[in-house]
Design a protein around this ligand. Structure first.
Ligand code: GAL
Length: 661
């Protein structure tokens, strides 16, 4: 995104009388707001009856904003159809896996395969583009809102028919479908596509290949609708960039596929500030989002100023933390930091969700922090140079879907836990990483980490093998390369196309009891621990770096290092503790920062580097003062103070050090 950092949030003027709009714009200017998202939930106000449109009020808002120099991210309102849609067309309502209908009264009560919903959505989008698309305040298109957030899967008859057609295109013949789904098991053989249904509520475990295809299909059904909206908007204003707001590691949608279709990527990050690791989780979220389409910019479309209201206990961000987490986003490449929402609602389901401007108005400390941040970002000059990341973590949505399907050895083997396991030590030592797909060009990465890449087709597997053979380093964890694209187990020792990289044969797997920890003995005699899962590895031809030291599998290898072609592999057959992972990473230059060069605990360090300029971002997420060693020769941009070799950062304090060469 060219231009200054964007700062602002969702603005819902329809909830307020006109005099409040004037005050809003005045306070937005005071807080340095330069972009607001308008119209996300305005369908009922824009089309109160079918075919009857009222755009004047929204045009007035656009005029007001434009006079104040505030840009608009104009949203299509299709995430929340007005009551008349369900009343007139009850077939637009989605259905759950037990056949129960979802009713209106909330939001996202639509079935994306309903022809009526699709027609009505196209109508309102076309009208919006025609009425307001040429308004000078409009800077970008915001398509829909958080696709699939509440109802990612619908099981109605529209879905059933569309799924059958999708399968016919994918498989061509019912015989091919039977092969792909392994229907010889439990007498599930189909004679015709018309017999196939969505994986609705069933007596016990559903066919995992069927479920996997249904998840693929639902992802594509939403994507098709998004593309339909995008086409309409682009026809009206091809010059305006278009996005839809993602939710970071959101399981139901394959955002790699979606991001290819967008001019910039945007994400909503409503992390839980009560979580002890939330800065790490938030950093992971941003690294993932930045990596979804590496050739387009990205920004934070929604974050909270303090808290949400949909958790059981909504702990707010600590004073200063919202600012530190906003800089985290900029450090990791965001071109803007926006909030949900500008002004706190007084009615409705989100009346206790925090906002830039809370119920108490500009008297609140949160407002002071928001306004301070806005004014700071207004003058902060950070060139859009890349985040310095020398390694990548391999990630695939279809693999995630299959990994967390039913009938697995461990149903608590969750991909996000695996990501935290491999990412956490890197985050804490100041190593920034990208995320990559297994089939992507990987040659420029010094290392690729592969955490439980359960589903892997031959071609993607060969890409990883070729990466290693031509000089790359891979760290591969247990439960990788287990099944093909149909979720069928590769025969022989586990690993499928990756098997030759493991340095031994993984012949069985053993999830461990909840409370069980085993000791791991390293070649130098030191001990760490492990838990959750062990692979039974035999016939090792690699270098065994660590073995289990106790328990039923004592003596079994858990970390095996091998050389393959010009590169090397570290295979990790158990969920090692943090010290164990550190030991693994210490063998990989691209993943390793020696302890004396790391930021102190609680401090996050990220570097963005261009040809002649670099920015070192330091965020102290802890509640204590920290001293950080920094290289001299730079300028601290926020305080303007000259740089000493040690920088003191108060609780939640931030520094941005500019260096030029
Ligand atoms: C987001 C959503 C917003 C608002 C917010 C509340 O998921 O896009 O509309 O609901 O959450 O936390």
């Amino acid at each position: 995104m060219a231009g200054p950092l964007r700062f602002g949030g969702d603005y819902n003027p329809e909830q307020w009388p006109r005099p409040v709009w004037e005050e809003d714009v005045r306070l937005m200017v005071e807080a340095g707001v330069n972009l607001v998202t308008l119209g996300v939930f305005s369908w009922a106000m824009l089309e109160p009856r079918e075919g009857q449109y009222e755009f004047d009020w929204l045009r007035d808002v656009l005029d007001l904003l434009s006079r104040a120099g505030i840009g608009v991210d104009l949203a299509t309102p299709t995430a929340s159809p007005p009551p008349w849609v369900a009343a007139r067309y009850p077939g637009t309502l989605p259905v759950d896996e037990a056949g129960l209908r979802y009713w209106p009264g909330s939001r996202q009560h639509f079935c994306v395969c309903s022809p009526d919903y699709r027609r009505l959505a196209r109508n309102i989008v076309e009208r919006l583009a025609k009425e307001l698309g040429r308004h000078q305040a409009v800077e970008m298109w915001h398509i829909h809102n958080e696709y699939g957030c509440h109802v990612p899967y619908c099981y109605c008859d529209h879905h059933e028919h569309a799924f059958q057609s999708w399968l016919e295109v994918r498989y061509g013949s019912v015989g091919a479908l039977n092969d792909a789904w392994g229907t010889a098991f439990w007498s599930q053989h189909y004679a015709d596509f018309s017999e196939v249904a969505p994986p609705r509520r069933a007596p016990t475990v559903l066919n995992p290949s069927q479920v996997l295809d249904y998840l693929r299909f639902c992802n594509e059904a939403f994507l098709e609708e998004m593309l339909e909206e995008r086409e309409i908007l682009k026809r009206a204003r091809p010059d305006l960039p278009a996005t839809t707001n993602f939710m970071g590691p959101f399981k139901p949608l394959d955002y790699f596929a979606w991001a290819r279709e967008l001019d910039f990527v945007s994400t909503d990050n409503h992390l839980d500030p009560a979580g002890p690791e939330h800065p790490m989780e938030s950093a992971l979220h941003y690294d993932l989002v930045r990596s979804l389409n590496k050739s387009v910019p990205w920004m934070v479309m929604e974050q909270t100023s303090a808290h949400v209201n949909w958790r059981a206990h909504n702990v707010p961000k600590r004073p200063g933390s919202m600012r530190a987490l906003s800089y985290q986003a900029v450090a990791r490449g965001a071109g803007g930091v926006l909030f949900f929402q500008w002004r706190a609602s007084r009615a409705g389901a989100e009346k206790f969700q925090s906002a830039m401007l809370g119920h108490a108005g500009s008297a609140s400390p949160t407002w002071a922090e928001v306004a301070m941040l806005g004014r700071e970002l207004e003058v902060l000059e950070v060139e859009d140079v890349p985040v310095e990341s020398k390694a990548a973590i391999c990630f695939s949505w279809p693999s995630w879907w299959a990994l967390e399907g039913q009938g697995q050895p461990a149903h608590d083997l969750l991909l996000v836990d695996q990501l935290h396991w491999v990412y956490g030590p890197l985050f804490r030592s100041g190593v920034a990483v990208d995320f990559c797909q297994p089939g992507e060009e990987l040659g420029h990465y010094g290392a690729v980490v592969v955490p439980s890449l359960y589903l892997l087709d031959e071609a993607d597997g060969q890409n990883l093998v070729a990466y290693v053979e031509s000089g790359g380093t891979a760290v591969i964890s247990f439960w990788s390369g287990i099944v093909d694209a149909h979720d069928h187990v590769y025969g022989g020792p586990y690993g499928g196309p990756l098997r030759g990289l493991f340095g031994g044969d993984v012949v069985e797997v053993a999830p461990m009891k909840d409370d069980h920890r085993a000791q791991v003995a390293w070649a130098d005699g030191s001990l760490t621990s492990t838990s959750f899962w062990v692979d039974r590895i035999i016939k090792t031809d690699g270098d065994v770096l660590a073995r289990l030291d106790d328990g039923p599998y004592a003596g079994g290898p858990v970390v095996v290092a091998s050389r393959r072609g010009g590169g090397s592999v570290l295979y990790v057959g158990s969920r090692l503790d943090e010290q164990g992972m550190e030991r693994v990473y210490s063998h990989v230059p691209a993943l390793w920062v020696p302890p004396d060069l790391r930021p102190p605990p609680g401090v996050e360090r990220v570097v963005r580097r261009g040809d002649h300029v670099s920015y070192e971002f330091l965020m102290n997420h802890s509640d204590d003062e920290r001293e950080v060693a920094v290289a001299t020769g730079g300028r601290e941009l926020l305080s303007g103070t000259p740089l000493a070799s040690r920088l003191k950062l108060g609780p939640q304090e931030v520094a941005v050090v500019l260096r030029t060469t």
